[in-house]
Design a protein around this ligand. Structure first.
Ligand code: PBG
Length: 331
């Protein structure tokens, strides 16, 4: 054994007991920084399991209210709502996304009535759950996503969601200029207090697969013309500058685990709170391998600790309520 010139120096001393390890831990998780993403589906009387995300369901309005109340009881910080309208209501411009009676708006009103201000109630501000073609924006005559025409729809969505009771809107469509347009729309409608969690560095990822099943997406092709290329880091910093200049109150990196380097850079550079979204495919991978191949609970805690260590202030995770329960129990 070579201990160099200081044989008494032993880092292992700080790893000797659980109490010692707990005392010197640099990174801790707190339920308040966890955000639960939740799906609510129109026209179902029972929750519908999502095959690729064992343990996650498309909620009915009723079970969504219960899930929100459980999140509050566990000390979870926030909830991010995704609406799944009936197929027949989806159209080219995503009408259910702006209809005051669209499923997402109804769910926002219900959850707000259930938990009030005890959770930060957030809503996905994007058209893909509401369009029949499944893209995050409206299409031009050539079938390409039309950035500026989409912004007008996002402005309307922002007003509809804020009217329905969202504390925070989460624009996830990666359209240029979306934060500015949404801020103006909110302010113009008297919603100065509604905040924006911008999906700032959102990568075009294969790991969204289970989500698209979860929202019954009809997407053909992909999102590479608007979501970021996994090969690029620098443009994440450019997106950060733009989003903050346009009025983002919080920013997000997504996915989380394959992009810890991006998260670290954004966290270093950001003057606003930084969230990371542990997405559907990250969830599905752990749940799949938990079939005896890895220790599920330890793996979950390890991924969350790593995301936090890389610099996330908040983490969106489908395990939010479960993990908050563990943390309260002293894990
Ligand atoms: C777009 C949106 C997506 C997710 C959140 N918002 C999917 C996409 O860009 O295709 C993915 C979340 C997940 O995979 O858990 N509205």
């Amino acid at each position: 054994m070579d201990h160099g010139s200081f044989p008494g120096v032993r880092p292992r001393r700080l790893r000797t007991t659980p109490a010692m390890r707990r005392m010197v831990a640099e990174t801790r998780l707190d339920p308040a920084e966890l955000i639960l993403p939740a799906f609510v589906r129109e026209g179902v009387s029972e929750p519908v399991p999502i095959a690729s995300m064992p343990g996650v369901v498309q909620h009915t309005l009723d079970t969504l209210r219960k899930a929100a109340a459980e999140a509050v009881a566990a000390g979870v910080g926030g909830i991010m709502l995704f609406g799944v309208p009936e197929d027949a209501k989806k159209d080219a411009v995503g009408t259910p996304g702006t209809d005051p009676d669209g499923i997402l708006q109804v769910a926002l009103r219900d959850v707000r009535a259930e938990v009030g201000d005890d959770l930060v109630i957030m809503s996905d501000l994007c058209l893909d759950e509401h369009t029949d073609h499944g893209h995050c924006g409206v299409l031009d005559a050539q079938g390409r996503v039309d950035n500026d025409a989409t912004l007008e729809r996002y402005a309307q969505m922002a007003r509809a969601q804020a009217d329905a009771g969202a504390h925070t809107v989460g624009p996830s469509g990666m359209m240029d200029g979306q934060v500015r347009v949404i801020r103006e729309a909110l302010d113009g409608a008297g919603h100065q207090d509604v905040s924006i969690l911008a999906y700032t560095a959102k990568y075009s990822s294969a790991f969204y697969g289970p989500f698209r099943q979860a929202v019954g997406s009809s997407l053909q092709g992909g999102r590479k013309t608007y979501q970021q290329d996994p090969a690029n880091a620098r443009e994440a910093l450019r997106e950060l500058s733009l989003d903050v200049a346009e009025g983002a109150d919080m920013v997000m990196v997504k996915p989380a685990l394959p992009y810890l380097d991006i998260l670290c850079q954004i966290a270093d550079a950001s003057q606003v709170p930084v969230a990371a979204y542990q997405i559907s495919g990250e969830y599905a991978m752990v749940e799949a391998a938990a079939n005896g191949w890895i220790e599920r609970d330890r793996a979950i805690m390890e991924t969350l600790t790593s995301v936090r260590r890389a610099g996330a202030d908040m983490i969106l995770t489908y395990w939010a309520t479960e993990v908050a329960g563990w943390l309260r129990g002293g894990r």
